[in-house]
Design a protein around this ligand. Structure first.
Ligand SMILES: Cc1cc2nc3c(=O)[nH]c(=O)nc-3n(C[C@H](O)[C@H](O)[C@H](O)COP(=O)(O)OP(=O)(O)OC[C@H]3O[C@@H](n4cnc5c(N)ncnc54)[C@H](O)[C@@H]3O)c2cc1C
Length: 521
């Protein structure tokens, strides 16, 4: 259907925010604390207000692959699993509206690594205060949600891995430990404390932000420039209307690690040669756009349990383990989630069966060394970009070896009481897979993602030609255009990244000017 032309475009606002997701919700909320500042959020998905399927944390798995998921495939992964689908939420709150809300303040070494990569002002000491500002309700998994088998996993892992038990992972930095996670949720009704719930709902409900408008089901497909200056965003509404929205101050792109570089490239910002090859007019040659694609890859080991396990849980993966194999590492170098469900989606393709009752451990690589690349295959903005993570391609096979170590340690934990008596048999990879070579082949074939893509518009020093944004989050070589989301991560934090993204949002709002009162620059 051809788009319906509009006679009157909406008037300009101070700030346009593309993406009402994890970082976008924070920035929209903070900027509009100043009643003199006008903001429009352009969000591709619908609202999460009143949607129990979204707001109930434990229903997260049911959202993946459905109508609220952009669902990105990967390219062929010769050393990994080519069947991974990358879920990215299409709903207000972004991925914080369908994720598991495990909440880790990035470790000091994670931030310091960013500063070393040229992100001046993003070291641990400078970043720490932003954690205290977060509005999300972050609490340890509630006692009533602590499943008996997860408690026994914690005890067994403590004994088998020789690591301390941690109660409150955010209380102080750690190198290793096992325990129940901190989650951004409300235990009394299992309701999410996502970015939208914490930062936008109070104002949507109170109607106290006339200066904030949120356009839902509206897709930004091109940034508009006047010379080098970003002046607006071309969008398509749910009704198929094509609109040009204008910003008098800045455009802030918060569309996430997949859709931010995608939007930039469709707007002519990216590697010149690639854009020209697709016939996209080049606005600004920026070779780093889409490079440095990071993720936390994981594998899985599954056991059948002696029978059904108790029902109670916050979201079926409430506890985890961090190990530091290399004492020189500034933080953990192997991590596990413990799942109270048999997680056999990928193993089933290899012929393994899903047991009726079972549990899983998913060892992952906190500091993966393989780096991938995101690129366009068409000038048509509707066509999904290609995600080539180049999983397990690092020179020394550090990533592959980490998963082998993880599977072996998982087996030791499974042999240890009080967990051992729950487990009837190892379903996959199965006891006959024992050599490092065979474990590695299995671990990589069934590899999955912890769903943490990042780094595709990485931050770096202002004079770093491979960086996309400078330490003020400004797109290099352009004016009035910033990026704030997981794409700016120069390197991957050792822990789950959502809190890091929220802190990027808080810092971006501060960079734009005093959040309350006074003039915004
Ligand atoms: C299943 C799953 C589980 C996870 N679990 C955890 C966890 O437990 N703990 C943790 O720390 N991390 C977790 N993560 C990762 C974490 O959720 C993400 O890293 C983080 O939320 C990303 O935030 P963002 O702001 O970069 O992007 P998003 O939150 O994805 O926000 C992007 C927003 O932009 C919108 N958008 C995109 N393109 C356009 C466009 N062109 N026009 C208009 N709107 C657009 C999207 O609809 C979306 O709302 C998980 C992720 C997934 C998918």
């Amino acid at each position: 259907m051809p788009p319906t032309p509009r006679t009157a475009e909406p008037g300009p606002v101070d700030y346009l925010i593309v993406g009402g997701g994890t970082a976008g919700s924070v920035i929209a909320s903070r900027l509009t604390e100043n009643p003199g500042v006008t903001v429009t959020v352009i969000e591709g998905g619908p609202t999460d207000v009143g949607r129990d399927d979204v707001l109930t944390l434990r229903r997260w798995l049911g959202l993946l692959g459905g109508e609220l998921d952009y669902d990105y495939p990967t390219t062929e992964q010769p050393r990994g699993n080519s069947h991974i689908r990358h879920s990215r939420a299409r709903v207000l709150g972004g991925c914080s509206s369908h994720n598991t809300l495990i909440s880790f303040k990035p470790l000091p070494g994670d931030w310091d690594e960013w500063a070393d990569a040229g992100a001046d002002g993003w070291d641990a000491a400078a970043m720490d205060p932003y954690f205290a500002r977060l509005r999300n309700h972050i609490v340890p998994v509630d006692e009533k949600d602590r499943n008996a088998i997860a408690r026994d996993f914690v005890d067994a892992a403590q004994a088998a891995a020789g690591v301390p038990r941690v109660e409150g992972f955010n209380r102080k930095p750690f190198h290793e430990g096992v325990g129940f996670f901190d989650l951004a949720y409300h235990p009394q009704d299992n309701k999410r404390s996502s970015a939208s719930v914490a930062y936008l709902h109070p104002h949507i409900e109170a109607g106290d932000r006339p200066n904030l408008s949120i356009m839902l089901e509206t897709w930004a497909h091109r940034l508009e420039f006047d010379g080098n200056r970003a002046t607006g965003v071309r969008v398509r509404t749910q009704e198929g209307e094509e609109l040009l929205l204008r910003a008098t101050r800045e455009v802030i792109v918060c569309a996430g690690a997949v859709d931010t570089p995608r939007l930039l490239m469709h707007s002519g910002i990216g590697p010149k040669r690639d854009l020209e090859a697709l016939g996209i007019p080049v606005v600004h040659d920026l070779p780093g756009v889409g490079e440095n694609l990071l993720d936390h890859p994981e594998s899985v080991i599954v056991w059948e349990t002696e029978g059904p396990i108790p029902e109670n849980s916050a979201m079926d993966s409430d506890a985890g383990l961090f190990v530091r194999r290399d004492p020189r590492s500034p933080g953990p170098d192997l991590m596990f989630h413990f799942y109270q469900i048999p997680f056999t989606d990928h193993p089933e393709r290899l012929g393994y069966e899903r047991p009726e009752h079972g549990v899983s451990m998913t060892p992952n690589i906190p500091k993966p060394r393989s780096r991938g690349r995101l690129f366009l295959t068409s000038a048509d903005p509707e066509v999904k970009p290609a995600l080539d993570f180049r999983y397990f391609t690092d020179e020394d096979d550090y990533d592959g070896r980490t998963l082998v170590d993880g599977i072996k340690l998982a087996r030791e934990i499974a042999k240890t009481e009080p967990l051992a008596h729950w487990l009837k048999r190892e379903v996959c990879p199965g006891p006959e897979i024992t050599s490092d070579e065979d474990i590695s082949a299995y671990a990589r074939k069934v590899a999955h993602t912890v769903y943490h893509p990042a780094g595709t518009c990485r931050m770096g020093a202002a004079d770093d030609p491979a960086a996309v944004v400078d330490p003020q989050l400004r797109v290099r070589g352009l004016e009035s255009l910033r990026i704030a989301d997981a794409s700016v991560f120069p390197t991957m934090p050792a822990v789950n990244p959502m809190i890091g993204v929220l802190m990027v949002g808080e810092k971006c709002a501060e960079l734009l000017g005093p959040a309350t009162g006074g003039d915004v620059r």
